[in-house]
Write a protein that binds this ligand. Sequence first.
Ligand SMILES: Cc1cc2nc3c(=O)[nH]c(=O)nc-3n(C[C@H](O)[C@H](O)[C@H](O)COP(=O)(O)OP(=O)(O)OC[C@H]3O[C@@H](n4cnc5c(N)ncnc54)[C@H](O)[C@@H]3O)c2cc1C
Length: 305
Amino acid sequence: MPLTPEQQAEIEALRSAPRETFRATAPGLEAELYKAHPVLDHGFVRVIDYMGDDAAIVQAARVSYGAGTKAARDDAGLIRYLMRHWHSTPFEMCEIKLHVKLPVFVARQWIRHRTANVNEYSARYSILDREFYIPAPEHLAAQSSVNNQGRGAKLEGEEAARVLEILKSDAARAYDHYREMLGQEGQQGLARELARMNLPANIYTQWYWKTDLHNLFHFLRLRADAHAQYEIRAYAETICRLAAAWVPHAHAAFEDYRMGGVTLSARALDCVRRMLRGEEVTQESSGMSKGEWREFRETINATKR
Ligand SMILES: Cc1cc2nc3c(=O)[nH]c(=O)nc-3n(C[C@H](O)[C@H](O)[C@H](O)COP(=O)(O)OP(=O)(O)OC[C@H]3O[C@@H](n4cnc5c(N)ncnc54)[C@H](O)[C@@H]3O)c2cc1C
């Protein structure tokens, strides 16, 4: 179960006692506030708090007071302009605070995003729960032969069953030893800060993670991308849906310019221009390396990410 009964009770209490405010609220995100959105087998993402909405971005860009009388279409247009021209500070006026439960190996990738505020569950102070990420069979895959940082074909049959069994039994044995080292009746027991050190990286941790919308989009651009590891992508995709509910215009501009758009090098742009003039451009005449040419071909052949 992703949530403890105490966490569930806290969510119900918070959602049954709405508070009035003069601050801007985003109705789409209000509907999601505090709720746990399941990710992987035991994880979740919850929105704990947020500040600002689409209008806050527009307001900062216009350095004005209030939304004024501009039509919604104008606001959407201005947000698209800001996104297109990398005028990023207005997006920093919006903030979001998430409660995330995630496997430690996912947390190690996530924590590389330094432009956020983080407070993590302390395994020096508390005992970790017996919860481990075990991939669903469709996500158990072999090492990719073309991408050193990726996975390839799905593991099948006996091999898949054996791998799952190893993952489960290693996690169970490590956790049993963890509890044993913490001590039994009449023993001193090893300190929690030491006993945790042989736990596997698929054990779950939790943290509060707060960031602004500009840096959130940067995180999502990298981690909701098809090249990101599936496990962190599952979290990023959930957060993308929450961002769409929170700042629909900004999210739509992000989808269009960042997730759906590409950056072309001067060399690649020159190739596009030559192709548009009817010239047959090859890898040799493009001036690009084989890998760069392959990526360029994939891009202009409009392969969906
Ligand atoms: C597909 C993929 C594969 C990866 N593989 C590896 C890997 O093999 N090994 C590895 O170690 N990492 C790897 N990473 C992590 C990657 O190198 C970045 O650390 C991570 O994506 C965070 O990006 P960021 O630094 O832009 O984000 P943030 O830390 O949020 O920073 C945002 C921006 O702020 C600026 N900034 C923040 N801090 C500093 C600083 N101290 N100095 C200068 N500018 C700063 C930079 O402009 C930065 O882009 C990988 C990431 C991805 C998405």
